[in-house]
Design a protein around this ligand. Structure first.
Ligand code: C2E
Ligand code: CA
Ligand code: CA
Length: 557
């Protein structure tokens, strides 16, 4: 396999970038899917846990509220009963100042009680601990209280509209009774189990079903599920119903829900970012990718002008392939040629390039017969039986003549079957094509061995060109090569010429043809054709197509 000094490193980076760019869009989708899956699983788990938590908390809350309400109601009744029993024991059953004084004291020390009164046989208020009764009052209901013998449990409506629970008991054989008023609101829960204001619906009823009081709006059943708790008072027969809507409880956990989404989002972004940013070590299947790229016409010829340094005229170009990716990245050959040479792809690529050059530059080159066009031919192509036919078929139908075609075989590639290679070279030369040895001086086969192949041109590697003038040995090697070429009637082309000093040295050494950045880098087809047209504009109609290529190349271009 060939090595390409000076180009390999940068080009490899190029192809890695290229593969990376193409892979990124697919990887992005993959990363998002994996990220979503990895974040989705904990999110589903978290949501499941949260729904469960809401259910458990909802049920616990209504249950606890119910039990608390019962305990509260029982405590209120017991307080009032305690006060009334005390008064009855002292025989308080009239509006005497002494009795009123006793009632006042009892009212003062019994927290939930707002009023203590003496009532007549028809349950009408005779007097209260404050003196006269405060306004009209209506008895809405009355029933015997279980759990406290001799007690009546009345619901009273005051003139203000307020409802009161009235507990009432006879005092011995007296026709009068003592009664205590407790606001119904004190029978209902005021705070939620978690400390905030009570947010649900609560209703407390007597044993017989009379509503003592209600708080909150009853959540509708058709809107969504509700938590319901029905709790009974064993002591006094009260019944408390607590209802809370599940939506309301869930709303109280909204912050947790958002936390879940936030955490899942963070996981997803983390996983996605990790996958996208992790450097992809190796492309999936570069061979298949190159195969597709050849079919898609992504490999394009670039043309590096070859110049006659004794006259400055343009003498032709070397075709150097570039991989122009759909995203605009340009990949240099060092990154993919070795892989292609190790497979059969190099054959397809070379054929494809020759065809493309025929179409793109064929007319311009065919009309200027002193221009030559060189193609790089990997060593293994010379053991390909169809290669001679391929070259013949391609150029026979093209404006480019066989005599204008140069095939460069590199000295770096070991020749596997010398006889066969020699025969193929001879067959190609039979068509009129010329053969060049590339990278002369850098291979291991040895020049004399290579020359036995019967080649027409030798290309001196950039390594020697760089050393001329500074390194005596290199200068001698170039001199020797030029002499050898002259004797064997071969042409010499110097490669990688980068400055005028080198041009001068090469001229002194008798080298006529050169290519390099000092004249032009490899150019895309359109630029190369413009250059050809500018240097050697074709005369209209009568022009003899064999005329020389006119103007000198502006080497400083
Ligand atoms: P090569 O045939 O020796 O081509 C000359 C290389 O030197 C080219 O690199 C060219 O761009 C570069 N070059 C030209 N002038 C200068 C200069 O003044 N200074 C420097 N530093 N470099 C210069 P590129 O295009 O990267 O090609 C690298 C190698 O890839 C070529 O070396 C050739 O062996 C191979 N290659 C290119 N195209 C093809 C092809 O179509 N088929 C085959 N089999 N190999 C190819
Ligand atoms: Ca070459
Ligand atoms: Ca070369």
């Amino acid at each position: 396999m060939a090595h390409y000094p000076g180009t390999r490193k940068g080009s490899l980076a190029g192809v890695e970038m290229g593969f990376f760019v193409r892979a990124v869009s697919r990887r992005n989708i993959f990363a998002i899917v994996v990220g979503a899956l990895l974040a989705g699983v904990p999110l589903i788990g978290f949501n499941f846990w949260l729904e469960n938590l809401i259910d458990r908390q909802g049920e616990a809350e209504v249950g606890t509220s119910g039990r608390r309400a019962i305990a509260l109601a029982e405590a209120r009744v017991k307080d009032a009963v305690g006060a009334l029993d005390g008064l009855a024991a002292r025989g308080v059953d009239s509006c005497d100042p002494a009795h009123i004084e006793a009632m006042r004291y009892a009212a003062f020390i019994t927290i939930p009680v707002k009023e203590i009164a003496v009532v007549g046989p028809d349950a009408e208020t005779l007097c209260t601990h404050l003196g006269l009764p405060l306004g009209e009052r209506t008895m809405l209901s009355s029933e015997l209280l279980v759990g406290a013998a001799g007690y009546w449990f009345d619901i009273i409506k005051l003139a203000t509209g307020e409802h009161m629970v009235r507990l009432r008991r006879q005092v011995g054989a007296s026709p009068n009774a003592v009664a205590a008023l407790v606001p119904t609101t004190l029978f209902l829960p005021q705070v939620s189990t978690r400390g905030g204001p009570f947010s649900g619906y609560a209703r407390i009823t007597t044993r017989q079903g009379t509503v003592i009081g209600e708080v909150g709006g009853r959540p509708r059943e058709d809107v969504g599920p509700n938590f319901v708790a029905d709790t009974k008072s064993d002591m006094f027969g009260f019944d408390v119903e607590i209802v809370n809507s599940r939506t309301r409880i869930a709303a109280e956990h909204a912050d947790l829900k958002w936390f879940g989404f936030f955490a899942a989002g963070v996981i997803m972004m983390f996983v996605t970012g990790l996958i996208v940013l992790l450097p992809q070590r190796s492309p999936r299947n570069p061979v298949a990718e190159i195969e597709k790229a050849i079919e898609a016409g992504e490999f394009v010829p670039y043309y590096q002008p070859i110049v006659d340094i004794s006259t400055g005229k343009l003498r032709g170009a070397e075709v150097l392939v570039r991989w122009r990716k759909p995203d605009g990245t340009l990949v240099l050959p060092g990154a993919f040629i070795p892989l292609m040479e190790s497979s059969d792809l190099i054959h397809d690529l070379t054929r494809h390039l020759m065809q493309k050059v025929c179409i793109e530059a064929g007319p311009a080159i065919g009309r200027r017969l002193d221009l030559k066009i060189s193609f790089n031919f990997a060593g293994k192509l010379f053991s390909e039986p169809t290669i001679v036919k391929d070259v013949r078929d391609i150029f026979a139908n093209s404006p480019i003549r066989f005599s204008q075609v140069v095939l460069e075989v590199t000295e770096r590639d070991p020749i596997e079957n010398f006889t066969e290679t020699r025969q193929i070279i001879a067959a190609l030369q039979g068509l009129g094509v010329r053969i060049a040895i590339d990278d002369v001086g850098t291979g291991h086969s040895g020049l004399s061995y290579m020359l036995k192949l019967g080649v027409d041109i030798i290309k001196i590697d950039k390594m020697f060109v760089d050393a001329i003038g500074t390194d005596r040995n290199s200068t001698t090697i170039v001199e020797t090569l030029v002499d050898l070429a002259r004797n064997m009637r071969m042409d010499v082309v110097a490669e990688g010429v980068e400055n005028f000093e080198q041009v001068m040295h090469l001229r002194t050494l008798g080298v006529r043809l050169a290519q390099g950045y000092v004249f032009a880098p490899p150019l895309p087809g359109s630029s190369f054709l413009q250059l050809v047209e500018a240097i050697d504009p074709l005369q209209p109609a009568t022009t003899d197509s064999t005329a020389s290529s006119g103007e000198r190349l502006k080497v400083s271009a």
